[in-house]
Design a protein around this ligand. Sequence first.
Ligand code: NDP
Length: 795
Amino acid sequence: MKIKEIYETMSYGPAPESADEVIQFLDSHNKKFKLFINGKWTKPSSNEYFETINPCTKEVLAKIPEANEADVNKAVTAAKKALPEWVNIGAHKRARYLYALARQIQKHSRLFAVLESLDNGKPIRETRDVDVPIVARHFYHHAGWAQLKDSELKDYKEVGVIGQIIPWNFPLMMLAWKIAPAIAMGNTVVLKPAEFTPLTALLFAEICQQIGLPNGVINIITGHGKTGATLVDHKEVNKIAFTGSTEVGKIIRRATAGTSKKLSLELGGKSPFIVFEDADLDSVVEGVVDAIWFNQGQVCCAGSRLLVQESIADKLYKKVKARMETLRMGNALDKSIDMGAVVAPIQLKTITDLVKQGIDEGSTLWQPSWSCPKDGYYYPPTLFTDVTPSSTIAQEEIFGPVLVAMSFRSHKEAVKLANNTRYGLACSIWTENINLALDIAPQIKAGTAWINCTNVFDAAAGFGGYRESGFGREGGIEGLYEYLKPKADELLSGEPIKVAKKSASKAMSNGQSVGIDRTSKMYIGGKQTRPDGGYSTVVKSSNGDYVGEVSKGNRKDIRNAVEAAHSNTSWEGKTGHAKAQVLYYIAENLAIRRDEFANRIVQMTNQSKSSALEEVDISIDRIYYYAAMADKYDGKVHHTIHSNVTLAMPEAIGVMGIVCPNESPLLGFISTVIPVITMGNNVVVIPSESMPFSATDFYQILETSDVPAGTVNIVTGSKEELAEVLAKHDDVDGIWYFGTKEGSKNVELLSADNMKRTWVNYGKYRNWLDKTQGEGTMFLRQASQIKNIWIPYGE
Ligand code: NDP
């Protein structure tokens, strides 16, 4: 090549990173690994192995053991055995181990980065500058949380043995996001990396040995999906933390239903990247590169839908295309490339098939003029325009370097398009107008909102989904609760609390004083409504006396109630102060009718008047508690490491179903409904089946307390039948169930279809009269989901 030509093309030469140390590491295991169980390298029982390859060259890197049921058993047993000692060494010692892990990762950072790039195909620039620093940061940050556990989280304890299953797109980073908070909170772990990318997890096992981590605290088992499923099913595992596809997430939700295993799911996404006409377009273009071509687009929160204001759409597409033309693709170990290879042939095929479908459905494809290297699994950066919002490529997660662009005219349309997806992992908002950005951010249904930035992560901020992107958070204090359980849970009992009974004759006279022949209607959309089926049920007291009749609600009544709850858009947007005003008003109106409500409790339960009055008084007290919390339960401003402030905003889940406990007819209703509406949700409530009148009397209080129509809807009838309808309903976003073990299982099982947030009692009873069991921030946490909003701040 002539000097003149070199000046004209200014092409970069290759800048390969050395793989020598990685080769030494692989050789030290004879390129054939074992499982890491109880601090030792252990041969797989099956003696079966599979190969892991370098996607840039197709070269085999090593043989990886396939763990079977016996191996999973061994690993879980080791984790269980290690648990008491790990708990007992205390917060400070655990903090020191986490700190040692962080230091050791930093010391070997280049080895981790090179190994990750070789196994996954992602550019060394990313593993070296993004993945590994985030991994070390996670262990440092959580060393801090380990230290603070006993002071900041003293009402909580460890969950136990945690099964963790991670994907191939950020193998080491996902390991850190899972292991660091788990062990910091005193749990022990069995982790299964993805079949395509197990090597950095195995190197991490060596690091655990080097720092002298007690045996069994971390166990790494490799294998395919079947190994993961065996871990999920293991009886001694107390929690599953999973990152991967929504499809497998749903399988795991169903597999764990009713087992009382804690569960967090970080699933797929189709995140919007929204560009308003006043955005700085040159920054936007670099943002787009990070959003969809970082890690070849194999990112759960990739900004894969470019939504751009019509007035600037053509200009932006032109700039994006010009930038795509300059992207460099090549071997992952070349320091001067932007994009490496896709992880495996099957992933390449998925991308290719979906792109073909996009063309077949009429969208316009654009790819740069250069061609991809031929020696690995490469796919070029791709832009689709002329895309309709309902087309497959606009709805399905492609998990590859494919950007799908659509335009909008108004701000309202931008929000509508952004939310037109079953997912809700992240969104990115680009405008120079901070007012506009902060107006749009709360309207997008997503767990993370990045303003004028994208794909930024930090251990101090929570990350996780809304809707079918899963539930639970990783990072931030919100992520710690996934690895903790309230100490108050240990007070729950196998039997409902017993209340003092009075004689039958006295109970009758009390019953007569509230009028026994009234038939209660249901309460939907702010109106008392008759049941669709036209049936009523007789309700008897615990002594067998006739108390009254109650409407028998059916599927259609639930449907109407859900519709009414959705059509109320005023409640969620109210300020904490405004909600508090309404809640205080409810308490005030209940206090005025204290005696009447107590009589009704006596009539249904035959308990003494004084204990019924106590139930009413505690109910009033509890409403005051949530009214007080309405403007005080807030998130945090997280100290993330970039030039941002990160606001952790607890937001409403949406429309929530509440299946009330049968016992404590008034207090059970209050203790569940009030925290849920405090967080801005609208609710469909199924009150106590055997004692529904405290709830149906309550709508007169709702009517006189400025509660907007549709915020609280009450459907009476068969608890289990109606719970099933609620759990199956696709427009219900969350459900709380207090009832039997079987009912709990059913609710969790049926909720998997649209990934409802569930909170069930597995047949364990709370004493609702006891504050530690019946009220508190744990209720508010279960009634909300955190959105982390990253706002540029400082330099
Ligand atoms: P999967 O969800 O299939 O796998 C994720 C992890 O779960 C892997 O370790 C996998 O093991 C394991 N697994 C698979 N089946 C089961 C099961 N039934 N029970 C328990 N564990 C199981 O994702 P893939 O890696 O196969 O990728 C497929 C698609 O998932 C991608 O195209 C992408 O859309 C999405 N995805 C989303 C990610 C995210 O971060 N949200 C990350 C990765 C993928 P094994 O690897 O051996 O199959």
